[in-house]
Design a protein around this ligand. Structure first.
Ligand code: NCD
Length: 306
């Protein structure tokens, strides 16, 4: 695997290898990426993804060059194309982490890059490293992946993290997915087609009563404000599903709440103290998974797993 564009690229065996590496990094890690440089180029805002990738690289002994606001501070302001920017940066770094508002941008970057590209979000497309860390969270918190019932809630049309995690779940057994969203923000036909092909059972609904009580995982999402044509349209959907103590009381004791963050108003702060709230632990797992992913891509001889 050279570039990481789409979560469909990961075989079960590779996932297992990356998760085992993540487990081992929670104990000891050494500096396997000493001498390597990661460039992070972000054309959209980010807190967790950029900081965790940069921290992961540094913790493994590598170094980082970064443009946190490439839209305003890279030569794209002067009219440079994404392709030219990549043709420049691949001279300076061993791996490039790219976030961009256009769907398909990571694929375009990969087409011209001599070093691996990691898609850190391409518009409403994919966010594969988040998909992996979400899957790792499920494994850690639920003790298994096969057989889980997960409910995705909110803006499922535009949430790239949902798209990436759904593709990954498609490889596991007896998964049941409830897509809870207003009709206009429901999951796209491409994902449904994929699930049908992989024989994954799912349902679509616009309210969560009856699901909260049964699901093992409630995966909350933010309404993706930046993907709407107008603020008016956005405000029609904002605040539809708000998880408070009242809703969490209906959930099973063993179930968990996940959220890729940032949260706006989808989860009341009072929920943070409840045992089901797994979203801050999810962020911690993310660092380990991104360390494992960087090691996998940059140090293939030592990372070889077959
Ligand atoms: C998400 C993203 O950027 O897609 N955040 C993240 O990377 N953890 C989710 C979001 O912005 O809502």
């Amino acid at each position: 695997m050279e570039h990481v564009i789409d979560s469909k690229q990961f075989s079960k065996e590779t996932i297992k290898y990356i998760f085992n590496t993540a487990d081992s990094f929670s104990k000891s890690r050494g500096e396997p990426l000493r001498g390597k440089i990661m460039a992070s180029i972000f054309f959209e805002p980010s807190t967790r993804t950029r900081f965790s990738f940069e921290s992961a690289m540094i913790r493994l002994g590598g170094q980082v060059v970064s443009s946190e606001n490439a839209r305003d501070s890279s030569s794209s302001v002067k009219g440079e194309t994404l392709e030219d920017t990549i043709r420049v940066i691949h001279n300076y770094a061993d791996i490039i982490v790219l976030r961009h508002p256009d769907q398909g941008a990571a694929k375009r970057a990969a087409a011209v890059s001599r070093v691996p590209i990691i898609n850190a979000g391409d518009g409403a497309g994919q966010h594969p490293s988040q998909g992996l860390l979400d899957l790792y969270t499920i494994k850690k918190e639920c003790g298994k992946i096969d057989g889980i019932h997960i409910a995705f809630v909110g803006d499922l049309k535009n949430s790239r993290t949902v798209h990436s995690l759904t593709y990954l779940l498609g490889q596991y057994k007896n998964i049941f997915i409830s897509f809870v969203a207003p009709k206009a923000l429901q999951i796209g036909p491409d994902i449904k087609e994929y699930l049908l092909r992989h024989k994954v059972k799912y349902e679509e609904r616009d309210q969560w009563w009856g699901v909260l009580e049964k699901a093992d995982v409630i995966y909350q999402t933010r309404v993706q404000k930046e993907r709407f044509a107008s603020l008016r349209e956005y405000s029609m959907f904002k605040g539809r599903y708000i998880l408070t103590k009242h809703e969490v009381l209906k959930m099973k004791k063993s179930s968990i709440i996940m959220h890729p963050f940032p949260r706006v108003d989808e989860i009341a702060v009072e929920v943070d103290a409840l045992p089901q709230a797994a979203y801050f632990r999810q962020i911690g797992y993310g660092l380990l998974v991104r360390m494992a992913l960087l090691r996998f891509l940059l140090n293939p001889t030592k990372a070889h797993h077959k």
